[in-house]
Design a binder for this molecule. Structure first.
Ligand code: PGA
Length: 261
């Protein structure tokens, strides 16, 4: 079962996830982080940056792999995920830019980009902790409904709903690329720990489907039920359609501190 943890603010979610990442880096100075973009993980990156500012530690050897990238946007476009991950995570946390890889959305090399990315993740020894958000379509990464649970990094077509959701970052909704490169659900399953965060009522259905719904590729977030170590961090609104809410709270309240998340 995924562990479900309730928080009363995004900041509290960030603090919890950042403490876990910090503990990982303490044990493994060249830890491999799976980095998500979007609004959801911002509190995690901000909390980790704040923790490092207050109590410095060497993160220069930490490595990172982004979850996804738009196809056809130049890497230096301000909304490419290469730019976003640099701005939101690499710079504030103080990671070494050369240690951070992002799927290559360049059309010239698109046919081999997925396999190359998988090889790079394998060469790094796999991802230790994967930070995840979830879309209103239920996607994790950009694995839209119907994505195979065995899928690897590859090109995908974004759902119209996802393009609408992401239009806020672009001058016009038509500017949102139609295609992306995304780690597959199979790639995500191979990460050693998944931390899925969600805030707000608009994520409640996707969270209920991911945590308690049937395991089905129609609800890609339900892939987390196949993973042995998942932490779902949610606020009350995102948790509002979970049936076993009382049990998750009881389990969290009675968890031994040594277990961490
Ligand atoms: P958001 O996106 O964090 O901006 O809500 C999540 C997602 O689409 O996976």
């Amino acid at each position: 079962m995924a562990e479900v943890v309730f928080v009363d603010s995004k900041a509290a979610a960030g603090t919890l996830a950042a403490a876990s990442i910090r503990a990982l880096i303490t044990q493994k100075p060249d830890a491999v982080l799976g980095l998500a973009t979007g609004s959801t993980p911002l509190s995690v990156y901000a909390a980790l940056a704040a923790s490092l500012a207050e109590n410095p530690m060497d993160v220069s050897r930490v490595r990172g792999f982004a979850l996804d990238e738009y196809v056809g946007l130049p890497a230096d476009h301000p909304e490419s995920y290469r730019s976003v991950i640099t701005r939101d995570a690499v710079v504030p946390i103080g990671l070494t830019p050369e240690n951070i890889q992002v799927p290559n959305g360049d059309l010239a090399t698109i046919e081999t980009a997925g396999v190359d990315y998988e090889a790079a993740i394998r060469a790094a020894g796999g991802i230790d902790v994967q930070i995840l958000g979830i879309g209103r379509t239920g996607h994790v990464g950009f694995n839209e409904p119907g994505s195979s649970f065995a899928s690897i990094t590859r090109i995908k077509t974004l759902a119209e709903k996802t393009r609408v959701d992401n239009a806020r970052f672009f001058a016009s909704p038509d500017d949102v690329p139609i295609h992306c490169m995304t780690q597959g659900l199979g790639t995500i399953l191979r990460a050693r720990h998944l931390i899925l965060l969600a805030f707000g009522e608009e994520k409640a259905d996707a969270i209920a489907a991911a945590v308690e719904g049937p395991i089905t590729s129609s609800k890609p977030g339900s892939v987390i039920q196949l993973h042995p170590h998942v932490t779902v961090i949610v606020d009350e609104a995102a948790a509002s359609r979970l049936e076993n809410l009382a049990y998750y709270k009881y389990a969290w309240a009675n968890k031994h501190a040594w277990q961490g998340i």
